[in-house]
Design a protein around this ligand. Sequence first.
Ligand SMILES: Nc1nc2c(c(=O)[nH]1)N[C@H]1C(S)=C(S)[C@@H](COP(=O)(O)O)O[C@H]1N2
Ligand SMILES: [Mo]
Length: 253
Amino acid sequence: MSRILTRRRLMTTGLSALAGASGIAIAARLADRYGLIPPDHGGVYGAGETLTYAAQRLLTSRGSMAREFRRDQISKVAPVNGGVPSSLDYRALATHRFSDWELGVDGLVARRSSFTLADLKRMPATSQITHQACEEGWSFIAEWTGVQLSQLLNLVGVSASAKYVVFYAYDDLWESIDMDDALHPQTLLAYGMNGQDLPTPHGAPIRLRVPRQLGYKSLKYLAQITVVDSLKDLGQGLGSVSPELGYSWYAGI
Ligand SMILES: Nc1nc2c(c(=O)[nH]1)N[C@H]1C(S)=C(S)[C@@H](COP(=O)(O)O)O[C@H]1N2
Ligand SMILES: [Mo]
């Protein structure tokens, strides 16, 4: 065996040994040392959320991919969760087929920017046929087309201190993901579904797709993206609305 343990190996071994031997608290402290405490850890070392998130991030490689499916496996029915935003702003945008829509990108970036739908469609497109699973127990497979979030982040220049990307939607929901998921090749800003423009109930004009996590992380009706180094000052400081409602911030599958 090599004399030099890799950082990942050391942390993984340490985490599981400690979790088994002297309890979760010490494992969580180790996770903290490596910056792997999720925003909704509950303020007390030892929360299950911390172990789930830290273990996933340590045990699975950064580039691990969500499963992709064949075209003949696309679901005939795609259920919808949540209503179409009722705000006047959103309705006006929809009336003009989102030609006035702009996605603002700010926070810890070199160039604050905004992108129209046409801007995004001019960027290199990618498609994926992936599974979207709702925490309520239903799921479907669909083809999603859009721009990799990493492409957009590279364009605006993310600062070295960035830790999370926060997304705001027209129905006042918001979500966040860590840089691992933000830069992952399957994390998309999707404007197409099953070969057509993204239907309004599925999040037009643009939704996030994070196929390595449960459906609620794939925020629909995007309005704004903000890059941050901490989630403490946003909302209740738990990283998104989901933990405020009892769902964990990290929903890896
Ligand atoms: N803005 C916004 N995004 C959202 C939701 C929502 O209500 N509003 N619902 C979430 C949930 S719980 C799931 S399971 C998926 C559902 O996506 P779908 O409606 O395209 O099936 O979107 C997620 N993104
Ligand atoms: Mo969901």
